[in-house]
Design a protein around this ligand. Structure first.
Ligand SMILES: CCCCCCCCCCCCCC(=O)SCCNC(=O)CCNC(=O)[C@H](O)C(C)(C)COP(=O)(O)OP(=O)(O)OC[C@H]1O[C@@H](n2cnc3c(N)ncnc32)[C@H](O)[C@@H]1OP(=O)(O)O
Ligand SMILES: CCCCCCCC/C=C\CCCCCCCC(=O)OC[C@@H](O)COP(=O)(O)O
Length: 224
């Protein structure tokens, strides 16, 4: 069994690709996130993007949880910095790790990388996370659409996040970003000033649910 700390550092996990020996532990992630949050929060004024955050109290559930949110573009990451709990790691595609400086930031920020091209490997990593997130007392943020989508609508949810919640028997907390379509051009990656609403919704319990309930749980979260 691998702890989250191991998953974030020099894992020898067969389905997990993180260069060995690089000390990106949870504490590093925590400290690093603090720095990035401060920088991004300062820069948002320069970019003219404003945020209206609601429901932050819904993060105050006891113990770990799975957070799921929609994912429209890199702009989400600015909103993320407004709400990201200190005790939270994120799940991301492994290609991000190789994205130069951004990859390094993401790596140090404590992202758990999955290989979307290998269902078996992605499931294996998520199963390890499910086993250890309680001991590590962390929340795990997953983008259940599995890719960026800037149409103003939601893509169907993939079920990994919900399997994870059921396996770990932890609540799911949905987070919703309002649509960027009015001020963001995804093709050119350009945006004008605008306001983004970010709402943290009440937790959905999974205690007592089994793998047979995952589809219903996925639908329920999709509809909220
Ligand atoms: C502040 C510091 C800064 C640092 C931070 C900066 C920000 C960084 C932010 C980074 C942002 C990064 C943002 C990003 O990078 S977003 C992209 C990466 N994230 C994701 O892809 C997450 C969402 N994807 C999933 O959950 C997928 O389901 C996975 C990837 C797991 C598999 O997808 P795949 O397409 O291969 O397969 P499938 O979904 O058709 O599923 C196939 C079958 O398997 C079942 N199944 C699925 N999972 C599990 C499981 N765990 N245990 C048991 N079973 C499981 C499932 O029910 C289905 O069976 P059935 O139901 O049909 O019978
Ligand atoms: C000029 C823009 C200013 C935006 C401010 C960004 C805030 C900086 C904070 C953190 C460091 C950068 C993190 C960038 C993370 C990008 C994550 C991302 O968007 O990955 C795409 C992936 O999910 C899905 O990939 P595909 O849509 O399937 O391919």
């Amino acid at each position: 069994m691998f702890s989250l700390t191991e998953l974030l550092s020099a894992s020898t996990h067969p389905g997990y690709s993180r260069p060995c020996g690089f000390p990106a532990l949870l504490l590093t992630a925590f400290l690093f996130c603090r720095i990035i949050k401060t920088v991004v929060k300062t820069f948002k004024y320069f970019f003219g993007v404003r945020f209206e955050v609601k429901g932050l109290e819904n993060f105050e559930v006891e113990g770990p949880a799975i957070i799921v949110s929609n994912h429209q573009s890199i702009l989400d990451m600015m909103g993320l910095m407004e709400v990201l709990p200190d005790d939270c790691v994120q799940v991301g595609k492994k290609e991000l790790m190789y994205a130069g400086t951004v990859g390094l930031i993401i790596y140090l920020g404590g992202v758990i990388f999955i290989n979307r091209k290998s269902t078996t490997s992605a499931k294996m990593v998520m199963a390890e996370v499910a086993k250890t997130m309680a001991a590590d007392k962390v929340k795990v943020w997953v983008y259940p659409e599995g890719t960026r989508n800037c149409t103003g609508d939601l893509l169907p949810f993939k079920k990994g996040a919900f399997h994870l919640a059921v396996q770990a028997q932890v609540p799911v907390i949905p987070v919703v970003y309002s649509s960027f379509t009015t001020f963001y051009n995804p093709k050119k990656n350009l945006f004008t000033s605008g306001k983004i609403k970010v709402e943290v919704l009440p937790a959905i319990e999974t205690k007592g649910l089994t793998s047979g309930d995952v589809s219903d749980l996925t639908d329920r979260c999709f509809r909220t």
